[in-house]
Design a protein around this ligand. Sequence first.
Ligand SMILES: Cc1cc2nc3c(=O)[nH]c(=O)nc-3n(C[C@H](O)[C@H](O)[C@H](O)COP(=O)(O)OP(=O)(O)OC[C@H]3O[C@@H](n4cnc5c(N)ncnc54)[C@H](O)[C@@H]3O)c2cc1C
Length: 405
Amino acid sequence: MSEIREIETTCVIAGAGPAGLMLGFLLARQGVDVVVVEKHGDFLRDFRGDTIHPSTLEVMSELGLIDEFLKLPHTRAPKLSAEMGGRTVTIADFSRLPVKNRFIAFMPQWDFLSFLASQARRYPNFRLIMQAKVTGLLEEQGKIAGLVAETPEGNLTIHARLVAGADGRNSVVREKAGLTVESFGVPSEVVWMRLSKQPGDPNEVVGHGGPRQGFVLIDRGDYWQCGYVIRKGTFAEIREKGIEAFRHMVIEVSPLPADRMLEIRSFDDTSLLAVRIDRLKQWWRPGLICIGDAAHAMSPIGGVGVNLAVQDAVATANILAAPLRESRLSDADLAAVERRRSFPTKATQKLQLMMRSSRRADQADEGKRKGPPAFIRGIARFPALAHLAGRLIGLGFRMEHVRPR
Ligand SMILES: Cc1cc2nc3c(=O)[nH]c(=O)nc-3n(C[C@H](O)[C@H](O)[C@H](O)COP(=O)(O)OP(=O)(O)OC[C@H]3O[C@@H](n4cnc5c(N)ncnc54)[C@H](O)[C@@H]3O)c2cc1C
């Protein structure tokens, strides 16, 4: 059994996802003592956000890490396309973005996280503790003063000037802190699955395949990552009908040959993502801040979750590093983080909700899954809009830049 059951640090971060690791790395780089606690023993999770957008690539450039980072296996999408009436339409074009890397890099999230962790570990004031699941917060005179985590060796107590909740959409930190979540109903789910890539397959990196809609195809190099959109709450019913019936539903909307569906041997080969849009009414309490999915769960439209999480981390480090290092962190600093990131969050969610409602109006009868939603038809009519969409997806509403050390 380990001897150290209590740790003192400056900032403890719950969750080693994109938000938590990036924040830990940036704070450590700015000379702040950081401990990141992660409930899993590794980063190996399938079907997570695997899109690294131009804004995140720019952050990696600013950190001087881009060349090393792009040596990791990835595929590149300089544009996103959708199929409409049998032709492929570019719905987001990144070619004119004012950044060095004008593409989305598809890279397994575990590679991205392992890379960030290895960079952060170069700083002696950075510490990552795996298999440490946050279960509670420490509070002193109305102020959050640290957290408690369960580890295989027993409970670990970490005292800190700041707790950062980066523990994702089911955040324990935000729940224990009593922060209020506002939800925006989005009645759908995505069933993710993996199908092999073979000669003669469509030549698209991302698309809504087939003459009908409701299917997303992402080229992952040697396989396709496929997302099948269903109405919320219907997965149990679909499972009851059996795998054969499910394969037929996918065949209806997929541009891939029907026999490819035999690769989905059982529902164990699928992963369900509940599409959720929510955000905290207030992102902070004295001694605590939430960022990334813990502050705002995004819909998968545009695949912006990872990148918003990274942008939150950059802004948080920019605003809080000096106050933390100089022991002068105030509530005003925490409120400044929320002010900085709340506009891009709200604007992105609003856009996602508008895109969803245009789709819903088009698909009032879910069973028919007829044509593309209105925004895709709009872009097909006015191709210049694909550059605007590229900017909103690729860079977001407010891009953050890493401060020099
Ligand atoms: C199936 C699926 C597909 C997705 N596809 C995309 C996509 O294509 N593009 C995109 O941008 N986004 C996508 N997303 C969303 C994206 O993964 C998230 O927006 C992004 O990862 C958010 O980063 P985060 O660091 O805020 O949270 P997370 O990535 O959720 O990381 C939170 C971390 O906290 C850890 N944790 C949780 N609870 C505790 C606890 N109690 N104690 C300690 N650690 C804890 C978790 O294990 C995790 O490592 C997808 C999500 C899912 C589920």
